[in-house]
Each structure stands twice: as structure tokens, then as C-alpha cells.
Design a protein around this ligand. Structure first.
Ligand SMILES: Nc1ncnc2c1ncn2[C@@H]1O[C@H](COP(=O)(O)OP(=O)(O)O)[C@@H](O)[C@H]1O
Ligand SMILES: [Mg+2]
Length: 322
């Protein structure tokens, strides 16, 4: 099994390092200190992804001034990445893209800083508490019922529509990058994001030639074959995630879009999904980008509930148990 297949199996982001034009300098970094920037005390590790590690931390300055909620999250790059001399630009790219997206369903970033002693760059951000969609799928292997699914799908579609409307592509939408908190859903991890063509021209662009990255099972065929990130590619990933939530199963048996195309796999219609909603989802799952659903507004309209509940189901559960 090659690296790409293995990454697909584990749902991990896979990085293919194309040879850089000049050899990057590898820095030998000291271990991550417990106190970053003289201000943030790292408490515990919250999660590790393909690229970063996220810690729960306390902002000692806020604490000193009596702030009752000084807890934040801190994202640093994994040691493998942090050791490249230009890795900080990678983290800054994520910061710059996300910080301009102010939306109730997108994670809020606070700042980008460097700890000078350890030479580590880090992002300070909103601490999110709740299950990721990954964890939810482990708890609900048969998937969600239609009303529950709508309550997850609509804020996710809103977050994605807002992201695209603001000139940003997420590039790595998957269950482990979406979380359900007591104050609603949040889309996070724009580490592989990039600005849409001709938008945000002043923003540093990462050379995707060097950091070709994708999560195989959610990557569109154009991303796999040409390294092309497009709004329609984000829609493909979103469709795979929502299909998985509807049925507990990946639409193409956890295979890549390329494999699904050569095997001509036809995703089955989820049992309880209304016809109109399925038609849009099926179109968003099209392997061929020319035939794929392009319009998030239309998708949202087809998935809109008739009468909206005051709070989504997981918030109602959390409120009841506190
Ligand atoms: N703001 C946050 N609050 C709480 N946990 C988080 C936060 N951001 C990320 N995590 C956890 O850390 C994991 C890795 O973070 P992520 O940003 O996805 O890193 P990567 O870019 O390496 O995938 C996530 O899957 C999640 O479990
Ligand atoms: Mg991630």
C-alpha cells in the first residue's frame, strides 16, 4: 500500500513534498516550551492533525486581570514541519486566510505570534469544546436522521458559502475539521486553504508545487490529478461529509475520486432523504467537475427545513445535561 492510500485509509491529510527549487534550511528546534510568548501557559494537547498540534492554554495576562474565561487554544506546527525554515509562512497563511472570515460558524482566530526563545510561530484562537464530526460518526455509525442532518448541514453550508464569498477556499473539508460546540457548529483548519483566483492579491501564496496536500477520500478529482483547488472541489468534499453523516458510510466506499470513477461506483440514495435534497447532493458528488453542483445557495435552499427549531439537537442535549 502506498503512502497516499494509507493516508486515505486513516483519513489523514497526506503531504507530498515536491522537490523545492532550493534546498530549504532545516532548523533544529528546541522542544516546545510550556510557556509561549511569555504569556500563554500550555495545559494539554487537544488534537493533532496532519500538519499542526493544538493545545488548550491559559492566557496569563487575561487571568491576571481577572478574566473569568482565560482559556484559549494554541496551534503550532508539528515538529516535522516546524523544522523547515519557511514553515512559519505556512502557519501565517492559515492565520491570514481565517482571520478575515468573521462568521458565527467559522472558528475565531485571535493572533499570530512568535515565541522568540524557541523560534516557534503559533496561532491563538477560540477554544472549541465539543465533538468533531469524526467523533460524532463513531458514536452514530448508522448516521443521523434527516432533521438532525439538516441542523448540521445548514450551518456548514453557510460557513462554506461565506468562505467562498470572501475569496477563500478551504481545501481540506473533512469530518475532523468540523466541530459541534454548545454555541453552534464551527468549521476550522484552513491550513490548506488558499485565496480564490484574483482575490486577496496582497496575501502571501504558498507554493502548492511544494506543499501538495489533500485528504484522499474527500479530495476532488481535479485536486488529485492537477493539484487544482476550486470552489467546486470544496463542494465535493462537503458532499462526501454530509453523505457520510446521512448514512454512516462514505459515498464511494472510502475510495478516492479517481478509483470511484474507474470502478464506476454509483452512490446509493440515503433512505430517509427527501428527493429534492438527494438530487442536489448527488450532483455535488459528481466526480466530473463539469457536471458537479456549483451553487451553494441552491443547495442550501433544497436542504432548508420547513420550520426551524430554536436550537439544533446537540445544543438542546447539552443544555438539558447542564
Ligand atoms: N480551536 C480548537 N479548540 C479545540 N480543539 C481544537 C481546536 N482546533 C483544533 N482542535 C483539535 O485539534 C485537531 C487538529 O487541529 P487542526 O487545526 O485540524 O490541525 P491540522 O491542520 O494539523 O489538521 C482537530 O482535529 C481538533 O480535534
Ligand atoms: Mg485538521
Amino acid at each position: 500500500m502506498n503512502l497516499q492510500e494509507r493516508a486515505g485509509d486513516e483519513g489523514l491529510t497526506h503531504f507530498a513534498f515536491a522537490p523545492p527549487r532550493t534546498t530549504p534550511v532545516i532548523r533544529h528546534l528546541p522542544p516546545l516550551p510550556e510557556l509561549l510568548g511569555g504569556r500563554y501557559r500550555l495545559d494539554s494537547l487537544l488534537g493533532v492533525g496532519g500538519m499542526g498540534a493544538v493545545y488548550r492554554a491559559r492566557d496569563l495576562l487575561r487571568e491576571q486581570y481577572g478574566d473569568p474565561a482565560p482559556q484559549i487554544a494554541i496551534k503550532v506546527l508539528n515538529d516535522d514541519f516546524a523544522e523547515y525554515s519557511d514553515a512559519n509562512a505556512l502557519l501565517y497563511g492559515e492565520f491570514a486566510l481565517t482571520v478575515r472570515l468573521r462568521h458565527p460558524h467559522i472558528v475565531r482566530l485571535y493572533g499570530f505570534e512568535i515565541d522568540h526563545d524557541s523560534e516557534r510561530a503559533f496561532i491563538t484562537l477560540e477554544l472549541l469544546r465539543g465533538p468533531t464530526l469524526d467523533a460524532l460518526l463513531c458514536d452514530r455509525p448508522e448516521g443521523l436522521d434527516w432533521t438532525e442532518l439538516q441542523e448540521v448541514a445548514l450551518p456548514l453550508l453557510d460557513a462554506l458559502q461565506f468562505t467562498h464569498a470572501n475569496g477563500v477556499l478551504h481545501g481540506d473539508l473533512k469530518p475532523s475539521n468540523v466541530i459541534l460546540t454548545d454555541s453552534g457548529l464551527r468549521l476550522f483548519d484552513f491550513g490548506l486553504g488558499q485565496p480564490c483566483e484574483d482575490l486577496l492579491p496582497g496575501l502571501p501564496r504558498l507554493s502548492r508545487g511544494r506543499f501538495n496536500a489533500w485528504t484522499v477520500r474527500y479530495a476532488s478529482v481535479e485536486l488529485l490529478e492537477e493539484g487544482l483547488l476550486t470552489p467546486a472541489g470544496d463542494l465535493y468534499a462537503c458532499a462526501c461529509v454530509l453523505y457520510e453523516l446521512a448514512t454512516g458510510k462514505h459515498p464511494y466506499r472510502r475510495l478516492s475520486a479517481k478509483q470511484a470513477r474507474s470502478l464506476q461506483i454509483e452512490p446509493e440514495r440515503p433512505a430517509a432523504m427527501p428527493t429534492v435534497a438527494w438530487q442536489v447532493l448527488r450532483k455535488a458528488l459528481e466526480i466530473d467537475p463539469a457536471r458537479r453542483q456549483q451553487d451553494l445557495g441552491e443547495w442550501r435552499a433544497a436542504w432548508q427545513p420547513t420550520a426551524a427549531a430554536a436550537q439544533p439537537w446537540w445544543q438542546r442535549l447539552l443544555t438539558r445535561s447542564t
